[in-house]
Design a protein around this ligand. Structure first.
Ligand code: KG4
Length: 338
């Protein structure tokens, strides 16, 4: 009998459902919420309401695209946390109700594990996957972490941000120069035709392998404020160069600590994950670093970088193989580490 698992993701502003059969991805449906664009950031109450509207059609579509019946499912995996509590509650309650109704096991998944394990999603049986141990640079709107991955669920955070995440730095700086939310992809696009050396922004001096991005954000803000005093059109005239210089600074900060972690652990491969790993500059910099140091890079397909249920389903699949099931009484967690 096949192990067919449904994954459900609802931790922030994407409602997603995916089906994985014996480790192979059959469907991955994502409904992104446009309602937040007008507010320049995710509004938690609106996010949970949109999840409520989306969850039934998204799950139905994932089942349809997978070509299965719900009675074929072996288990249901869902994101328990971290994330927005109201959003998590929608996915958690839905998963519990469905598992109870179908009388099949329920599996809780840590969203951060899921991002790391996105490298194990197979779309074709011959798809390659990382060997343990490896380092994963997990960079998203809520996290910036360097993780030593010893096994599927044996992970250690070697460094993390002490304030803003890399994605927040992209989004908050984008807002300063009038770009829509989320600003990361816009900066990425504009940076391609800009000069990364045009502006210098301050870099943090944080000990160990931890990150900090709040100083960079302030330095960006002050540069704009000062330059606008003498030239009111400063932003419009320098948009591409500002984006390229900001992106380059964020990448330099990320890679500086990553290089230290590689040296410290002696790993032979490096993966990236999370929304910011969709950034073309980040992807290129990781490739170049790995080529230079003789390491194997693991760069996820863009569709698996931002929040998606395929990564929840693959994490759930590996828990299913270990019969690591969860209790219907488990509450979601807004804050939880690896
Ligand atoms: O992993 P994710 O979907 O969810 C959160 O943790 O929120 O990451 C979203 C983050 C946002 O900050 C967004 O601006 C950033 O990922 N992002 C990017 C790019 N695509 C998404 N940042 C830079 N360049 C991109 N191409």
């Amino acid at each position: 009998m096949k192990n067919i698992i449904l994954g459900i993701e609802s931790s922030c502003d994407d409602t997603s459902a995916a089906v994985i059969s014996d480790g192979l991805l059959l469907s991955n449906v994502i409904a992104s919420q446009k309602v937040h664009e007008a507010y320049g950031g995710v509004v938690p109450e609106l996010a949970s309401r949109a999840h409520q509207q989306n969850i039934v059609p998204v799950v139905s579509e994932a089942i349809r695209q997978a070509g299965i019946n719900i009675s074929d499912l072996s288990a249901i995996a869902y994101t328990r946390g971290p994330g927005l509590l109201g959003s998590l509650l929608v996915g958690t309650s839905f998963a519990k109700g469905m598992a109870l109704g179908l009388n099949i096991p329920l599996i809780d998944v840590n969203h951060l594990h899921a991002h790391v394990l996105s490298h194990f999603i197979k779309e074709k049986p011959e798809d390659d996957m990382p060997e343990f141990p490896f380092l994963c640079l997990l960079v998203s709107g809520g996290n910036s972490q360097i993780i030593l991955v010893r096994d599927y669920f044996d992970m250690e955070i070697l460094g993390k941000t002490i304030d803003d995440a890399a994605g927040e730095a992209f989004d908050k700086c984008a807002k300063v120069i009038g770009l829509p939310y989320p600003g990361g992809p816009h900066i990425d696009r504009l940076a391609q035709t800009g000069n990364p050396k045009a502006f210098k922004f301050s870099k943090p001096h944080i000990p160990d392998l931890d990150y900090s991005f709040s100083g960079l954000k302030t330095s960006f803000l002050y540069t704009i404020r000062d330059c606008k005093k003498t030239n009111p059109d400063f932003i419009e005239e320098n948009m591409e160069d500002l984006c390229a210089s900001l992106q380059k600074t964020i990448i330099d900060v990320l890679l500086d600590k990553l290089k230290k972690a590689i040296k410290l652990t002696g790993v032979k491969s490096v993966a990236i994950g999370g929304g910011v790993s969709a950034n073309s500059g980040v992807r290129q910099a990781i490739m170049e670093l790995c080529v230079k140091q003789g390491l194997k890079p693991w760069i996820p397909q863009r569709k698996f970088t931002t929040d998606n249920a395929a990564m929840v389903a693959i994490a759930g699949y590996h828990k299913l193989l270990n019969k690591d099931f969860s209790d219907l009484s488990l509450p979601p967690f807004a804050r939880v580490t690896i």
